[in-house]
Design a protein around this ligand. Sequence first.
Ligand code: ADP
Ligand code: ADP
Length: 232
Amino acid sequence: ATALRLVSVSKVYGTGQSAVTALDGVTLSLGAGTFTAVMGPSGSGKSTLLQCAAGLDRPDQGRVVVDGEEMTGGTEARLTKFRRQRVGFVFQQYNLLPTLTVAQNTALPLKLAGRRVDPERVREILTQVGLGDRLGHRPDQLSGGQCQRVAIARALVTEPGVIFADEPTGALDTRSARDVLRLLQRAVRVHGRTVVMVTHDPVAASYADTVLFLADGRLAGHLSAPTVDAVA
Ligand code: ADP
Ligand code: ADP
């Protein structure tokens, strides 16, 4: 099954002389249960691709389909609802709410989606990321690696069709980065989730099973990594 499909997605920032084409007709299809890294030079459109694919921004042209349902078009309210129900996010700076506990941060997407919060489920998912003993801590009581593991639990809790990660290891030391990448890999291999990760780090990209390269807003090539098991 296809988890994410982009058809001729274009995005232009600004108008007239100052217009910048950030994405120029990107078409791609990612299967469910795959781990894809997106690489490319600064300014090549990686963040814009992620934002458009995740429904955080709207493409000017083209279509985005998640789990067979079109995300593009429709009202802002529909897009917000769609995002809450269908996708998960992991950001470089964790984006945890500082006043909420680890358990509350993790449960937040369920609340926003209007779903029941099962404390046992929240505990279980935090245990899976190695934070079963930190449920009542607040983000400022955690290391960066631990914060990012909370963010991964938060992204997984709604069992979304696709998880988008924007430089998830960009602020982490080598060991914490490895832990985070292993968790993302495990989410794909064990739980069948689909992960799309923007990174400029080749080591991080080596955890993915496919690497897409962007240049000037276009797909410039891809690499499938048969040696990914050896690397991991
Ligand atoms: P990357 O993530 O690969 O560094 P981006 O998607 O951030 O690339 O940016 C792609 C292009 O779009 C760049 O030329 C950038 O300057 C431009 N761009 C990105 N966001 C905006 C914005 N909000 N306003 C104007 N230009 C933007
Ligand atoms: P990790 O490998 O998850 O990043 P560390 O080895 O960095 O964890 O941290 C070890 C312990 O020290 C953790 O249990 C954490 O609670 C504590 N710790 C680390 N950094 C901080 C911090 N900035 N503030 C408070 N506690 C911290």
